[in-house]
Design a protein around this ligand. Structure first.
Ligand code: ARG
Length: 446
């Protein structure tokens, strides 16, 4: 029997079904069903024979799902109903006992929490791989100078190692956000039932333990079925991480242009042009730039879904999945591309050194020379700005203008690399400081 006399409108059916995307939750769905069946028997809610039949049936269903022979049916609205329907076909009437003391509301929240936890753990591992690639590249280019930029104008020279390590710290913070996400998936929704709890004396702790919910059962059944914060946390961590990668991508695009000429990408991460035979395009780096807003969009969309949503479960929450899944898939590719591009990059020492030997980028160091002679910094800034202006207007080098005014010491400051090695403050670009930093960065991924 059914509550309904009339069939669903086909368009409604199409809109309402989630099977097209939530079928990838089958490993989580089968795992929680096993845990649930064991718990029901342990509490005497079903018999041991029923439990064994359910577990055997779940093994068979899992095998079909794994090797792609699972017969999905037109009536299957989502993965939860598909698994239960098939289980009942395989084991008979007893299959109908699996859903005792369970609702799809606590079931889906549990599957999504398990999935999100796994995805966050995968993201952590992939982030660490990028961090390692960057640390290795930093070590290999420890003392290669290049200009550091502000406003994309040459500002002060730095070592390439120092610049690459900046991304390691960004990724370290991303990793912390994904670790937080893992913590947020630690409480078990299952056992909350539809929203109010269930009419059986279940053992939620047993289920939590089997499924690795370290924080135990969610303490409030209403919150348990309404909560998707862990998905927001995942999306938020992914949005910031992808945004970091977009900055790396943007720099790779710039640096691999002949105008900069700082890096050549490996063939494995470049593509050609269909018309211009000479082209080697940094498509992967461009896509790193462009994938980030897509992930930010998913975060924004789920905020929209949850916004002002009355407690508890509403079908709106079904719209968590495509945002989550597409983010997981997109981020995985972005992190792989970042690691691959960094590992395959060939940096061009002379091109970077040439750009970094532009004397004008030592203007701050000249000002500091006067500071060391006792002149207040503000005045020094004005004096050097005047010298720079004279040099630019008269088409002379900064040394030509500065040495007669400030003495030979100014020539020494402007001599190649002296202004890098003078950045001795903690976290600065002098080699000794970068070596210290490299050690700290290594320890992050040890
Ligand atoms: N497919 C649904 C989802 O993804 C499962 C939960 C359905 N629950 C319900 N009461 N209709 O959210």
């Amino acid at each position: 029997m059914s509550r309904f006399a009339e069939p669903q409108d086909p368009a409604f059916r199409e809109m309402n079904t989630s099977l097209g995307f939530d079928r990838r939750l089958w490993p989580q769905d089968v795992a929680q069903s096993r845990a649930h069946a064991r718990m029901l028997a342990a509490r005497g809610i079903i018999s041991d024979e029923d439990r064994d039949a359910l577990l055997q049936g779940l093994d068979a269903v899992e095998a079909e799902l794994r090797d792609g022979t699972f017969p999905f049916g037109a009536e299957d609205e989502d993965i939860h109903m598909a698994v239960e329907r098939r289980l009942t076909e395989v084991v008979g009437r007893v299959g109908g006992k699996l859903h005792t003391a369970r609702s799809r509301n606590d079931q889906v929240a549990t599957d999504v929490a398990l999935f999100t936890r796994g995805a966050a753990q995968d993201a952590i591992a992939a982030i660490e791989d990028v961090m390692r690639a960057l640390v290795d590249a930093a070590e290999a280019h420890l003392d290669w100078p290049l200009p550091g930029y502000t406003h994309l104008q040459r500002a002060q020279p730095v070592y390439l190692s120092h610049h690459l390590l900046a991304y390691v710290w960004m990724l370290d913070r991303d990793r912390a956000r994904f670790r937080f996400t893992v913590e947020q998936t630690a409480r078990l929704p299952l056992g909350a039932g539809a929203l109010a709890g269930v009419n059986f004396d279940t053992d939620r702790r047993m289920v939590a333990e089997e499924l690795g919910f370290a924080g135990g059962p969610a303490p409030n059944s209403i919150d348990a079925v309404a909560n998707r914060d862990f998905v927001l946390d995942y999306l938020s961590a992914a949005a910031t991480c992808a945004t970091h990668l977009s900055r790396l991508g943007a720099e790779i695009v710039l640096w691999s242009s002949e105008e900069f000429g700082f890096v050549t990408l490996s063939d494995a991460w470049s593509s050609g042009s269909s018309i211009m035979p000479q082209k080697k395009n940094p498509d992967a780096a461009e896509l790193l730039r462009a994938k980030a807003p897509r992930i930010v969009g998913h975060l924004q969309a789920l905020h929209g879904v949850v916004h002002a949503l009355p407690l508890t479960y509403n079908k709106d929450l079904q719209e968590d999945k495509e945002h989550l899944f597409d983010t997981v898939d997109t981020l995985r590719l972005c992190l792989a591309a970042a690691a691959g591009m960094v590992r395959g990059a060939r940096f061009r020492r002379e091109r970077m050194a040439e750009a970094a030997s532009d004397e004008l980028i030592a203007a701050t160091d000249l000002a500091d020379l006067l500071v060391k002679r006792g002149v207040p910094f503000r005045e020094c800034h004005g004096i050097i700005a005047g010298l720079v202006r004279t040099a630019v207007e008269e088409g002379r080098t900064l040394s030509e203008v500065a040495v007669p005014e400030l003495g030979e010491e100014a020539g020494a400051v402007l001599a190649s690399s002296s202004w890098l090695e003078s950045k001795v403050s903690e976290g600065g670009t002098s080699l000794a400081r970068v070596r210290e930093q490299l050690e700290l960065a290594r320890a992050l991924v040890a």
